[in-house]
Design a protein around this ligand. Sequence first.
Ligand code: PRX
Length: 661
Amino acid sequence: MSESEERKLESRLREQEYFHPSPKFVGQANVSDPAVYDRFEDFPAGFEEYAELLDWDERWKEVLDASNPPFYEWFTGGKLNASYNCVDRHLDERKNQTALLWEGEKGEVRRIAYQDLYREVNELAAALRAAGVEEDDVVTLHLPMVPALPITMLACARIGAPHSEVFAGFSATALADRVDSADSDYVVTIDGYYRRGEFLNHVEKADKAMEEVDGDPEVLVWTRHDEPHESVDVSDDYTLVSDLLSEHRRETVEPVSRDAEDPLFLMYTSGTTGEPKGCQHRTGGYLAYVTGTSKYVLDIKPEDTYWCAADIGWITGHSYIVYGPLALGTTSVMYEGAPDYPHKSRIWEIAEKYDVDVFHTSPTAVRQFMKWGPEYLEGYDFEFRHMTTVGEPIQPEAWLWYYKHIGKEQAVIVDTWWQTETGGHLITNLPALKDMKPGSAGVPCPGIEPALLDDEGEEIEPATGQAGNLIIKRPWPGMLQTVYGNDERFISEYWEDFSDTESDDWRDWNYKAGDGAVHERDGYFRILGRLDDVMNVAGHRLGTMELESAVAEVEDVAEAAVVSREHTEKGEVPDVYVILREGVEENEEVRDRIVRAVEDEIGKFARPSNIVFVDDLPKTRSGKIMRRLLENISNDEDLGDTTTLRDPSVPEEIRQQVRSD
Ligand code: PRX
């Protein structure tokens, strides 16, 4: 962005704090009556409004069973099937409408109508059953952005087998860890896919993972083309999905009627320890919540072409590419490749080609578009009605750039705050009802009750402009059920700090988000970011402990600490501080091994930005590493009080070293 453009954005922001949705938008919005907020204050009955958007085999008896906090149960007694709700029920009205509109990196196009989706999901469900998958078996998926991914998710949902998708960028080891953690006997992968013009061998990650796993899972392999790619060897031990499908052509499978509380899927995410957590999401509450928020927040209508340019491998894609949009019967766009391949206008080319109405992306992407400059948008004819950001704080300048250059000052923007654990949006404006404010997620979603607590757990007076620990006071239907197989961890990670864990009254229990936030005087929440050892690298959530244990595996590394450094485009990046073993000299080879260890244990997307070799780390007298001081050094901030350190001179020495590097 040029300096003069930057100055213009800044002065506009100084002049204008709030941006109103256009009367045209408000006139057509799914929700334009402010009474919605009051309706949901009738807790928990308000949430029935979302559940009513679904087709149930049996209606629920109770909206919320809160008798055993924090193990809340939603829509108890209700029965439904998620695949039926996302596919079958649309056939009467729109069987020929495109459900999934997929564009491959090289420009291939697949328009999968609801009727086709029905056929493909049924055939795969039959094939999975024939392969031995039974109700409640966890099926691990390791699939990139190809139609096989949503089809497999929906086929699993159809037969009541929870899926556990592992983002394709995760390494073999990360895949193996998640297969083991979920006790999964089935892995569904693909021979490969395209990234920046190259065919990536993907199945080799499964090969390596199968050497590492405890059990002996069955591996099913999709192929990106009709046949396995010539550059890839698919092991004879694996079954080709195409072979399985050929035996089940035209078969249909009755959707299994699932209890509302039966799990729909697991989504692993990073926490404060080295072990990722399997967030377990329920069928009824989750589907109701993501369908409701897709309709109310994203303003999706069946006739829209809706494009969430996220990856289905993370929660955003599960909730807002697959389940919410398809439950509403809309057309959901998927794109396989990189946003700048083969050119930096790729996104706008797709937006124009399919006449996208509703667009969804991350602040990292916006910052990137901003850096490339508005010229890449010129000449592309598209008009978004509605735009979303998610996953990270968006700086007001980036927000305004998004509004001006991409939204053409017509589209509304919702800045949605939520988490893997929350299933769907928790803090964001209903776009026709609240003005937009750059840099602020806005007010709580209907029925959601956030609050800020100080470190002692005392509630901070609302709307006073103070910062605190963000908690959610009331349960909501999209919330995770538990951490898979680990109820204790569920309690210790999310509840213990700010709840009376002895109490059986849900009012004494508070969900800890792990984020800091400011509650502004206008009632809007501004999210500050994680307060724990979790970082957000280009919208990818990473635990510093996972990175540290990957680095510590490297021979020659005696000790390591990982901290986050602010980065203008990616938001945050990991910096690694390393003490080498006695007698080992720092050199490029060790550096490479550290990078490789991170790539092998987690994935290339987690690669450290800087590796700093140091003689000592700042430690307290009891030997605890003071990561905060390293973070200050990485971010070139004041060090503050260092007198409690065992050796108070260490941080300054490291700082000098970093400055001279
Ligand atoms: O720190 C918050 C940040 O992303 C974290 C959740 O990451 P994940 O579980 O991967 O889910 C991302 C997609 C929902 C949060 O704890 N975050 C999410 N949305 C926002 C945000 N930070 C600021 N503004 C947001 N809108």
